[in-house]
Design a protein around this ligand. Structure first.
Ligand code: AMP
Ligand code: MN
Ligand code: MN
Ligand code: MN
Length: 279
């Protein structure tokens, strides 16, 4: 069985390893086909692809787009996109621009609960100044010793409803899918089990995603347990979605799953990766 990982992050967004090091680690873990899917940014893909070619790892250009869905945010992965596509490039640039103001508002909200200097502190962790996000704030707050690890910083400060959380407008679901499809890619709902959605809102998400041209959902993921894999396999069958899979690896010691470390995808499902495997 080929080892597939179609969801992971580098220092271009909120991962801890540079793009080439992500690929080296994937190769060392025996990954046969890898997609780098940084949040809202394509600038790691060229380096990652070159390293993958040198190491004989199959490589798919990817991205994970931040989207508003009703009262929450969801992530849409684009796989097999053309990184030069002008609409995709421009759309993501606009999304990144919004992150600056959001980071300032987050820092103000954190200052109000006694955490000073969070903007500068988070910026030290953001290798790409255009892509500052909650994970960078979380690393700074963990460094201050205010929580035992990054995960518990989210639980106490950064998750929706916590003091450092500020609402933000991301891309529309329609926009994200249009950018991905327009760039020749396949749109995938990332880690569907991680969203706090009521059953009606969840059904609407799947229905509208499909209507807009979405083709796949992550079934097995580094952030899904076995029960969630089973439930999402049923969703894939019901809606006619292909299965994607990925670790959502962000870095050693910070992620639940290492690169290539994902539960098996139920064998009856159509997979999104078949088209990229050597025949
Ligand atoms: P942002 O795009 O700035 O809202 O940050 C979202 C990122 O924060 C996700 O991609 C994860 O890397 C991280 N994240 C979100 N929720 C959690 C959580 N509960 N525990 C750990 N990391 C999280
Ligand atoms: Mn992330
Ligand atoms: Mn995500
Ligand atoms: Mn991710």
């Amino acid at each position: 069985m080929p080892k597939i990982d179609l969801h992971c992050h580098s220092t271009v967004s909120d991962g801890l390893l540079a793009p080439a090091d992500v690929v080296r680690r994937a190769a060392a873990n025996g990954v046969d086909l890898l997609a780098l899917t940084d949040h809202d940014d394509l600038s790691g893909l060229a380096q990652a692809r070159q390293t993958a070619q040198e190491l004989g790892v199959g490589f798919v250009d990817g991205v994970e787009i931040s989207v508003d869905w009703e009262a929450t945010s969801v992530h849409i992965v684009g796989l097999g996109i053309d990184p030069q596509n002008p609409q995709l490039v421009a759309g993501l640039a606009e999304l990144r621009r919004g992150r600056h103001g959001r980071a300032e508002r987050m820092a103000e909200a954190l200052a109000a609960v006694g955490i000073q200097g969070a903007l500068a502190g988070a910026a030290r962790y953001a290798a790409n100044p255009e892509l500052i996000g909650r994970a960078h704030f979380a690393r700074y707050i963990a460094e201050l010793g205010l929580a035992k690890d990054v995960k518990s910083v989210f639980d106490h400060y950064l998750a929706a409803g916590k003091p450092g959380y500020v609402p933000h407008r991301w891309a529309g679901l329609d926009q994200a899918i249009a950018w991905i499809v327009g760039a020749g890619g396949v749109a995938v709902i990332a880690h569907p089990a991680r969203y706090r959605l009521g059953s009606n809102s969840r059904r609407r998400l799947y229905d509208i995603f499909k209507t807009l041209g979405g083709k796949a959902i992550e079934v097995a993921s580094g952030v899904h347990n076995q029960d969630e894999v089973r439930e999402l396999a049923a969703v894939a069958r019901r809606y006619g979605f292909a299965a994607s899979t990925g670790s959502d690896f962000h870095g050693p010691g910070e992620s639940q799953a290492d690169l290539g470390q994902v539960l098996a995808t139920p064998p009856d499902l159509e997979t999104v990766w078949q088209r990229w495997l050597p025949t």
